[in-house]
Design a protein around this ligand. Structure first.
Ligand code: ZN
Length: 138
């Protein structure tokens, strides 16, 4: 189906500065890129780890998906993102297999990637993001 890697792990945090102390200063991951993604209602800190990334997500307001996640579950792993080669056809295939899609059409995510979320009820409890970056087009 064209899953090519674990693109990133998304971690929900309530305080980005506090989280930077842990990941940047604690683990010594210095190469951090900060970005606001209004479409997803988050401010993101991206750490490159080999060909994968860790994305720290802090909500722009309490009524965003990450804001609601924090309120009900507290900080922690929010989603796992799989890098795919053709997001459009992957979404069609999953839909035809009965998966419940949160996004039936790709949206814009951090770094300008095309992304779409699959509902955790279809994946045994893990929120899965599919992520296509321009260089992955097959
Ligand atoms: Zn993500």
């Amino acid at each position: 189906m064209g899953v090519v890697r674990i693109d990133h792990i998304g971690v929900a945090v309530s305080d980005l500065q506090e989280a930077l102390k842990v990941y940047r200063d604690g683990f010594g991951m210095g190469d951090v890129h900060l970005e606001e993604v209004p479409e997803q209602g988050v401010r993101v800190a991206v750490f490159h780890v080999g060909e994968s990334r860790i994305e720290l997500l802090s909500p722009l307001s309490p009524d965003t998906p990450v804001g609601k996640f924090l309120e009900s579950r507290g900080p922690g792993v929010h989603h796992v993102a799989l890098g795919v080669e053709n997001l459009g056809s992957m979404l069609e295939e999953l839909k035809s297999k009965g998966f419940r899609l949160i996004d039936e059409q790709p949206k814009v995510g951090a770094g300008g990637a095309a992304i779409a979320f699959v509902h955790p009820r279809s994946t045994l409890g893990t929120l899965i993001e599919l992520c296509e970056r321009p260089k992955d087009k097959g």
